[in-house]
Write a protein that binds this ligand. Structure first.
Ligand code: SIN
Length: 547
């Protein structure tokens, strides 16, 4: 079966939803949005706590640009993209999120917008809805999207591979043409079959890679699907060694690294060693607990390794009036209570965990990848603005702005005409061709899939984590290569399923990250090589004076 649309959007977090909304403004345009989840609300965006960057009081464009460049270890490329985000992003927050989607960001007692602060920001400029900002944004965007009659929102749909002329066309000469994307092969969770979704433009908004690691703040869907699929299609990926670790995730049994928002430190909470030492005061005298994320995560890691601590402590109870904590941080409060700890009374045990991919599919300021007809937006993409270490609460902003810009670019008349001209007849793009031995094969052995997934996650956590070196990376590449042979064999001999697609993508995403980390011997931002040359400056204060 072939489903044809003008535009196919794969993924439905803030970036995918923003793209679809912009495109569907023209009611003649048919837009299909796919999500693996059974509930469209389920995406990484839904779990974003801290908020979204806007323009704070006494803030300026220059100040936001400077904070972003500073946090990214000077590696944000091109700097024009940073300026674009700082300039156009906050205005779009007001227009799309507040005016159109009706997101009710928190206000102070005088009714003015309440701005929060997080690491690396010199002033408070982050809009939030308690610590459930991502959910509030997605509720607003999804209700707009659902009201659009020209948007088909398909749940339970796993993209298996992008359809490209060079890989799939029936025309043997297509292989000599530039690679062009025409849609995706998609596994339907209801009938278990793979369908062709054909489109003039395809937008990859499939999110991040957190679940490639053993410990992460990300939900199960963040398994590197988009990165792996784009890479198989021939799209260029860049900066993939830069994986950001969030400094503070809950370190209590059964809590699964629940995120403890950086906004908690923005409200004054301090990080302490178990014996009460305020170590960030020494590591970054000027910023202390609100130093950029890579610095704080590494400092915690150092304390744990050096002194054998199982975790450090985050003291929120001393920073805020007790009664305010459940209201300002309902998610954090509930996560702690569920794990048996009252954060209004006791310090919170925390450890770093994988959180955000700063690299990804290389795109320009309109979200265009190096494959024609393929756009990428949100965490799966690399616009360059996050350099080697993302400034907090800029990811939702980037997803919103690049979603809007990709949508506008596709919608532009010239581009629509060019895309329509390039679309071959659906008969030239054959149906899904399963590997022959897998047609009647048995379904995947769940235990095997789980164990392979866990093995990859452990390799990544232990060898490609916060501190890397040649020996660990070499071992990781060797182990991943060995595992890949078995997983590929498994993939070819087993009936296709969502978990099998995920396992294969996780293995490929892990390899892409590790090989980039192996080749880059310079420590910078989140990529810290114990044995490499350093691009990091002696202290954060030095970084400041150089900018
Ligand atoms: C947080 O709330 O700490 C996460 C914010 C972000 O990752 O930008």
């Amino acid at each position: 079966m072939a489903i044809e649309a003008d535009v196919l959007v794969i993924g439905c977090g803030i970036a995918g939803a923003a793209t679809a909304l912009r495109l569907s403004a023209d009611t003649q345009r048919q837009v299909v949005v796919l999500t693996r989840a059974e509930d469209a609300l389920e995406s990484n965006t839904r779990y974003a706590q801290g908020g979204i960057v806007s323009r704070g009081i006494d803030d300026s464009l220059e100040s936001l640009v400077r904070d972003m460049l500073d946090a990214t270890s000077g590696l944000a490329e091109p700097p024009g993209a940073v300026r674009l985000l700082a300039k156009e992003g906050p205005a779009l927050v007001r227009k799309r999120l507040m005016d159109d989607a009706g997101v009710a960001f928190d206000r102070d007692t005088h009714g003015a917008l309440a701005f929060g602060r997080e690491g690396g920001h010199t002033i408070p400029r982050i809009l939030h809805v308690g610590d459930m900002t991502g959910k509030a944004i997605m509720d607003g965007l999804l209700s707009l999207l659902r009201a659009r009659t020209n948007v088909q929102l398909v749940t339970g749909a796993t993209a298996v591979d992008l359809i490209t002329s060079s890989h799939h066309s029936a025309d043997p000469l297509a292989v000599y043409q530039p690679i062009r994307c025409h849609g995706a092969y998609v596994l339907d969770s209801l009938d278990g079959r793979v369908h062709r979704y054909l489109a003039k433009a395809t937008v990859l908004a499939a999110g991040g890679i957190g679940r490639v690691y053993r410990h992460t703040t990300n939900p199960p869907g963040a398994r590197g699907d988009g990165l792996a699929m784009a890479s198989r299609s021939g799209a260029r990926t860049i900066n993939t060694e830069y994986v950001q670790f969030h400094p503070t995730t809950l370190a209590l049994p059964g809590s699964n690294n629940a995120l403890i928002s950086e906004a908690v430190r923005g409200e004054g909470a301090k990080l302490l060693t178990p014996d009460g030492r305020h170590f960030m005061a020494q590591v970054a005298p000027k910023w202390a607990d609100l130093a950029p994320r890579d610095v704080v995560s590494r400092a915690i890691h150092h304390e744990m390794v050096e002194h054998g601590y199982p975790h450090v402590l985050l003291d929120l109870a001393s920073a805020m009036p007790k009664a305010q904590i459940p209201e300002r941080f309902p998610t954090v409060h509930a996560s702690c209570l569920a794990a048996g700890l009252d954060p209004t009374e006791e310090p919170i045990p925390v450890v770093p965990a994988a959180h955000y991919h700063c690299g990804g599919v290389q795109v320009d300021t309109y979200g265009r990848s190096t494959v024609q007809g393929l756009y990428a937006v949100g965490e799966v993409s690399c616009t360059g603005v996050h350099g080697a270490n993302r400034l907090p609460s800029t990811s939702l902003l980037e997803g919103l702005l690049w979603g809007e810009r990709a949508g506008a670019h596709i919608a532009s008349r010239e581009q629509s005409a060019a895309l329509a001209d390039a679309q071959p007849a659906s008969a030239d793009l054959p149906s899904w061709q399963p590997v022959s031995s897998a047609v009647h094969a048995e379904g995947a052995d769940h235990v095997l899939v789980f164990r392979d997934q866990r093995t990859i996650q452990n390799i990544m956590w232990l060898y490609v984590g916060l501190a890397r070196n040649t020996h660990r990376l070499k071992r990781a590449l060797k182990d991943l290569n060995h595992l890949w042979e078995m997983i590929d064999d498994f993939y070819r001999s087993t009936r296709l399923s969502d978990e099998l697609v995920g396992l294969r993508n996780t293995a490929q995403a892990a390899w892409i990250i590790t090989s980039a980390a192996w080749h880059n011997r310079r420590s910078c931002g989140t990529h810290f090589r114990e044995d490499g040359q350093s691009r990091t400056f002696a202290s954060l204060d030095d970084t400041e004076s150089r900018l």
